[in-house]
Ligand binder design. Sequence first.
Ligand code: GLY
Length: 371
Amino acid sequence: MNRELFQNAFEKGMRITENHLKDFEGGFPAPASEHNRYPKIENNDWTAGFYTGILWMCYEYSGKEVFRQWAEKQLESFRYRIDHRVVVDHHDMGFIYSLSCVAAYKITGNEFAKETALLAADNLKSRFREKGQFIQAWGELDTSDNYRLIIDCLLNLPILYWATEVTGDPSYRKCAEKHLETTRKVIYRPDYSTYHTYYFDLETGKSAYGATKQGYSNESTWSRGQAWGVYGLMLNYMYNKIDSIPDEWHKVTDYFLAHLPEDKAAYWDFHFMDGPEPRDSSASAIAVCGILEAYKQGVCGESYLEKAYEILESLAKNYAAPENEEVNGILLHSTYGRLLGDGIDECCLWGDYFYMEALMRVLREDWKPYW
Ligand code: GLY
């Protein structure tokens, strides 16, 4: 592996973060940049935790107090958010609270952060629907147009396993395992491409049909959804060691790898394999984290590790943001919602986070994930 390249890439991301701290004073970057510059928003979107997670990684890597201070300053806003139910009627409790509050607890033993993350885990657990055995992704509970799960939620399950570990209450883990089991039953097509979301019948709880929200079509494969599968399966395996996950992981991951273009940065949907459609570099960064975790767990061999390095090398060489006054993101050319007209060919906060996590993982083999 090209250690020097990866080290320079992480340190560049860290400098960008430090040089632009003031851009987000008292707030957070928006989910996606505008012309590669993130506006500042309040703690009210599903992406806030990615920023705090980047700050924690910069702190762990460099030991610089400034990163810890900024991360700790943000914890109060995460508590306010869950206490006052500011945009929390959805499943994204893990994205928001694992990388901010669970991270704070794991790194510094902060009890306030632990309590805050447990409140978020309670909120997530309350979205579990008995009819269908799944965590409802979005919106008002028990309404037929919202009665679905989404593949992204696999990354929100670790906070539930963690909650069982720290409280001894098995109900969190049970909820995660049931949701995982249901997801694995419905989300794959025969070739191990994935649906983005899957609906259930509100009256009977029977699985109904797959649909997309951010992909090209219901039958195409949204590349970030597939990447959520690659990493999500491994984050669950990290906690539950279910025997049948590794085989499935290989199929989902092979599908992802087989649909990358030559430079390894995924198109936003695998319906596109070349041409002018925008990329979603974040999908590639997420998948790299999944492969690195799989290697660490002994689920895959060296050949996958080499592929992960190859993707990460391309991101570092061709997709990393420049350092200047204007650009305050880290990874260029991600796409939030192509057909929704949202964050197209921009920096996306989770793209920055997973790119930095991937680099952290390769540079510090003993780094402990915040998930
Ligand atoms: N989890 C939302 C997204 O990937 O856009």
